[in-house]
Design a protein around this ligand. Structure first.
Ligand code: GLU
Length: 285
């Protein structure tokens, strides 16, 4: 099967050096094989943060970096029917449950616990709404209380049994369903959310190799679970290193001088920029 990779930025800003690295990794992997394809996907479901001008800005940045994509870019905002269908499948199998908690209620619950369960991204959801009865859920929904939908990760894992995924850098990794806990698959405000959309779209675009920063490695445990539950193919992964600043911290978006557009205006050429992403480290001026 020919290699298919993708670069999936959110049009909430112009590309910066971290994106250039992510795009270069995906692009080079696709170009390393005969018939490889490099695709572009706009992860634009978080509508309040998206700005129209960034679609074109991102395309310009990629073109200028000589990282051309194949095929028409996909926009997640055009894919809501597919996400709803996936959500329905999970709902029918009772693998997701409505969560009525506010952020504040969750924080209060964590504070009241002697030791809130910790995940790599902070404390994990304490399962409050998992314990609601079916009639309590119906009542709350009928009363119009806003709700998100969470994955019942424990139930999901009992159905799928042990799973693994393969990463070209880290090798074969066993899925830990409890790592991120009962993640949100549909948000109160925007509906279907990142974990669900990314899995559905990687399958739709027939991505064979998912490349992305190693900060997303914990998410892959959730994604592998969802692939199994939704009966969709499992890609190979490559979680690459992140661009770091002089303090060894992840390059922050706030450092506007590191946007590709700003570096271009400062006289850098594309090859220089891509070469800088090789060292994975950059001093923020
Ligand atoms: N939209 C995500 C980001 O910009 C990419 C997610 C992914 O590659 O799975 O970090």
């Amino acid at each position: 099967m020919p290699i298919r990779t993708r670069f999936a930025p959110s049009p909430t800003g112009r590309l910066h050096l971290g994106h250039a690295l992510a795009a270069r990794v995906a692009h080079n992997l696709a170009r390393s094989a005969d018939d490889g394809r490099f695709l572009l996907r706009f992860e634009d479901i978080d509508a309040p943060r998206v700005r129209r001008e960034f679609y074109q800005g991102i395309e310009e940045d990629l073109q200028w970096l000589n990282l051309p994509w194949d095929e028409e870019p996909l926009r997640q905002t055009n894919r809501s029917a597919a996400y709803e269908a996936a959500l329905n499948t999970l709902r029918q199998k009772k693998l997701i449950y409505p969560c009525f908690c506010t952020r504040r209620e969750i924080q209060e619950e964590w504070a009241a616990m002697s030791g809130a369960p910790q995940g790599p991204e902070g404390p994990i959801y304490p399962g409050t709404c998992l314990r609601l009865s079916e009639s309590e859920r119906k009542e709350k929904i009928a009363a119009g209380i806003p709700h998100a939908w969470r994955l019942d990760s424990h139930k999901a894992a009992t159905i799928t049994g042990p799973l693994t995924f393969h990463d070209l850098r880290f090798g074969t990794i066993g899925v830990n369903h409890a790592l991120l806990g009962d993640v949100i698959l549909a948000r109160k405000d925007i509906g279907p959310a990142y974990h669900l959309a990314v899995v559905v779209d990687d399958a739709f675009q027939e991505i064979t190799h998912v490349t992305r920063g190693e900060d997303l490695l914990p998410s892959t445990h959730v994604h592998r679970l969802l692939q199994s539950l939704l009966d969709i193919p499992e890609p190979v992964y490559l979680h690459h290193e992140l661009m770091l600043d002089e303090h060894g911290k992840r390059l922050a978006k706030r450092c506007d001088s590191l946007s590709i557009a700003a570096l271009r205006d400062a006289g850098c050429n594309p090859n220089e920029i891509l070469a800088r992403t090789d060292s994975k480290s950059f001093k923020c001026p």
